[in-house]
Write a protein that binds this ligand. Structure first.
Ligand code: FBP
Ligand code: MG
Ligand code: MG
Length: 342
């Protein structure tokens, strides 16, 4: 069986359109960097002390691992050769100006799930490609994205990509050294019985999240009338890939811990690209109630509560948020606070 290459797929999409050709070039540049990152991850401890903490992000205080910084450098180096005017990264406080004639702005999480790189689980690189519109190009709403996606460094090195015409999955073929099309039209089941959330934060959740999870956990004996499975890899790209493959819902809500009022994830280079991929695969992504892609970012490293995955479940969670009338058994429990804490 022959598989279409990423090259052919993007060339067909871009045609003679120069903006699209720029997007295609950028995706190829990202793919080149991803293959190098995948090699380092596959070498694990043989590649050196990649999991060593080398510092803390100024914004938010999360730790930065050696490999976070190396991945960031590889992505930046690759994008210098693409028509990119400005590059924003989780690993750099400020955006970096690249080609003065570039027509694109690209925001990246070079290594998502990096707190797990020493545990041999799947991690990845997330990217969002926007048109360059001037100094604020990186903080356009997600609905302006031209393309977005993520690479997963797991048993397979995969690329999940959308250019706004559905979501496709490519797998890196080690023999031909090319990304080959494995799924041309990903479609997430609307209904699911799997949810992913870090349950250790339960005591910090607000009423809406607590009620939703309690109802799932009550299973066939509760208001949902069916049993649920919990899944939590603590690597969003791995969760997103699983949801694309077999449905499910992921939640990282805001909670009462210090610094977590808006959750943990970043709007510009985590939530927006994941939301674009999800919607193009018939799924949904919200901050609990609002569509992620319509939120206007205020700054590059802004956090946002994030819920994504199977459409029916994401929509149901929004109804818990507002204590909607079609959840009568739960409505009286809804207190003052929703997923979006002020
Ligand atoms: O450790 P926690 O709080 O459960 O958070 C896990 C989440 O944080 C992330 O690791 C955030 O991404 P980074 O690794 O890029 O900081 C997600 O991949 C994951 O879902
Ligand atoms: Mg991340
Ligand atoms: Mg990261």
């Amino acid at each position: 069986m022959t598989h279409k290459t990423l090259q052919d797929h993007l060339a067909g999409w871009a045609g003679a359109d120069s903006l699209r050709q720029g997007v295609a070039e950028s995706v190829h540049a990202l793919a080149g960097a991803a293959v190098k990152i995948a090699e380092l991850i596959a070498a694990g401890p043989l590649a050196g002390e990649m999991a060593k903490v080398r510092g803390y992000h100024e914004e938010g205080g999360d730790s930065q691992k050696e490999l976070d910084a190396i991945a960031d450098g590889l992505v930046l180096e690759a994008l210098r050769l693409a028509p990119v005017a400005v590059f924003g990264s989780e690993e750099a406080e400020e955006p970096v100006a690249l080609s003065p004639s570039g027509m694109l702005a690209i925001a990246v999480d070079p290594l998502d799930g990096s707190s797990n790189i020493d545990t041999n689980i799947s991690v990845g690189t997330i990217f969002s490609i926007l048109p360059f519109t001037g100094p604020n190009s990186l903080i356009q709403p997600g609905n302006r994205q031209l393309a977005a996606g993520f690479f997963v460094y797991g048993p397979q090195t995969s690329l999940v990509l959308t250019v706004g015409e559905g979501t496709q999955i490519f797998v890196h073929d080690r023999l031909s050294k090319k990304f080959l099309l494995a799924n041309e039209r990903v479609s997430i089941a609307a209904e699911t019985n799997e949810y992913a959330i870090n349950g250790s934060n339960a005591r910090h959740w607000d009423n809406a999240v607590r009620c939703y999870i309690e109802d799932c956990q009550a299973g066939a004996d509760g208001p949902r009338g069916k049993d649920f499975n919990t899944r939590w890899v603590a690597s969003m790209v791995a969760e997103a890939y699983r949801i694309l493959a077999r449905g499910g819902v992921y939640l990282y809500p805001g909670d009462a811990r210090k610094g977590y009022a808006k959750g943990r994830l970043r709007l510009v280079y985590e939530a927006n690209p994941i939301a674009f991929v999800m919607e193009q695969a018939d799924g949904r992504a919200t901050d609990g109630s609002r569509r992620i892609l319509d939120i206007i970012p205020s700054k590059l490293h802004q956090r946002i509560p994030l819920v994504f995955g199977s459409r029916g479940e994401v929509e149901r969670i929004a109804r818990y948020q507002i204590g909607s009338a079609d959840l009568p058994e739960r409505a009286p429990l809804f207190g003052k606070r929703g997923l979006l804490r002020a």
